[in-house]
Design a protein around this ligand. Structure first.
Ligand SMILES: Cc1cc2nc3c(=O)[nH]c(=O)nc-3n(C[C@H](O)[C@H](O)[C@H](O)COP(=O)(O)O)c2cc1C
Length: 193
């Protein structure tokens, strides 16, 4: 038996937890959380945005950072999504330390181990589509294994739209571009699981 849900409440998963850092025209830092983001090319991220303090800032500076939510930063991630920088200095209220990103005019918030530095490639307020060119990526060495980002160490979270919770990304279940060879190399309907 299946149950039909209305389209508005579609569970599309996984959805990320992206913290977008921006400066306003006076250099004051802000951060907001977005779930509707995705890689749209090598070196490119696309995020679907309503009008926010963040989009106002991006219209002015043309640059932003994207930090990935983790188990250790989940409280900040949720907070940045439930209050607007139009009403309060979220960075100050949360007690965050920020530093200017090395390559773009946008803040990096301490405590987030993986941060993209982005230049706005396009922003269309009518569709809400923000496209960012990733010009650099800052990675805390604590999450590296043999020079690669290790999600087991990073403990990134996803936004669970069905239950409105945050979940940690789990264990490795198979090797990509490899697991499917079991079927590719077998006779029709004869692969072993
Ligand atoms: C889990 C979560 C996911 C969110 N995802 C998005 C999103 O993808 N796009 C968006 O425009 N707003 C999203 N929001 C809402 C903004 O984060 C929120 O309106 C925030 O207050 C905007 O901050 P600002 O006004 O300081 O820019 C999300 C909020 C939460 C809690």
């Amino acid at each position: 038996m299946t149950k039909e849900f209305d389209a508005h409440n579609s569970v599309i998963t996984p959805e990320g937890v992206f913290v977008i850092g921006t400066y306003d025209e006076s250099g004051k830092a802000n951060a907001m959380t977005a779930a509707w983001g995705i890689q749209s090319d090598f070196g490119e991220i696309t995020i679907y945005m309503s009008k926010h303090k963040t989009t106002d800032n991006i219209e002015k500076t043309g640059e932003f950072t994207v930090a990935f939510g983790t188990v250790d930063t989940v409280t900040l991630c949720d907070y940045f999504g439930i209050e607007s920088g139009n009403n309060v200095d979220k960075i100050k209220k949360a007690g965050c330390v920020v530093n200017k990103a090395p390559n773009v005019n946008a803040p990096i918030i301490e405590g987030f181990p993986l941060v993209l530095e982005c230049k706005c490639r396009s922003w269309d307020a009518s569709t809400g589509i923000l496209v960012g060119e990733i010009v650099a990526q800052q990675v805390d060495e604590s999450i590296l294994t043999d020079g690669h980002v290790d999600l087991g160490k990073m403990k990134p979270i996803i936004y669970d739209t069905g239950m409105q919770t945050y979940r940690v990304i789990g264990e490795v279940v198979a090797k990509a571009y490899s697991e499917g060879l079991k079927i590719k190399k077998s006779g029709d309907g004869k692969w072993d699981n």
